[in-house]
Write a protein that binds this ligand. Sequence first.
Ligand SMILES: N[C@@H](CCC(=O)N[C@@H](CS)C(=O)NCC(=O)O)C(=O)O
Length: 223
Amino acid sequence: MLQLYSWPTPNGIKVTIALEELGLPYAFHPVNIGRGEQFHPEFLKKNPNNRIPALVDEERGISVFESGAILLYLAEREGRFLPTEHAERVEVLQWLFWQVGGLGPMAGQAHHFRQYAPEPIPYGIDRYTGEVARLYGVLDRRLADRPFVAGEYSIADMAIFPWIVPAALQGQELAATPHLARWFQEVAARPAVARGRAVGKELRQPHDAQAKEILFSHGKARA
Ligand SMILES: N[C@@H](CCC(=O)N[C@@H](CS)C(=O)NCC(=O)O)C(=O)O
């Protein structure tokens, strides 16, 4: 059985979408990042980077952290959503890495400066909102002449999708990127995506003062 240690945020939702798409049985163990559970010693054994998600494959005795590595692990394990042919495979991998190295971190900073910074910092807001706008433009051009980012639906789409869901929080208007908007509607309509998005949804709360202290105090506070 697969054991998923996670929370319903974009990096967590990627993995529940992939598990649902693959039809794999798994147990979801919530790690409340707003209460500091990502710093608990038991979780740190699974992810030394104190971030969700982490996946434990009991059957194979393998533990994986980093959402992109988890998607890759699951796709290779099941032989789905990642082509085996070299050129097609690299298409998927480059967009998967583009998400984990670019869209995710930049959108995360846009969320931070637009929603959570203790006082408005125009330089931070402009820099990250602008960078996310650039990345949305890259995706829009990519999707102009193909249905999904790497041609066929793949783990790259699963990785990108949860970061487009909160577009408004990143200062983005999907109507400005019609090809991306079309792709977004198509991915959102997949039943497995809807199931993946629903996992743990009821647990999600707006960040209160304690959560902000834990998440944004640069390691000073620990629950
Ligand atoms: N590169 C990591 C990023 C994971 C990440 O940032 N997770 C966030 C939630 S989306 C988290 O656990 N935050 C807890 C914290 O900042 O202490 C991945 O893709 O798995």
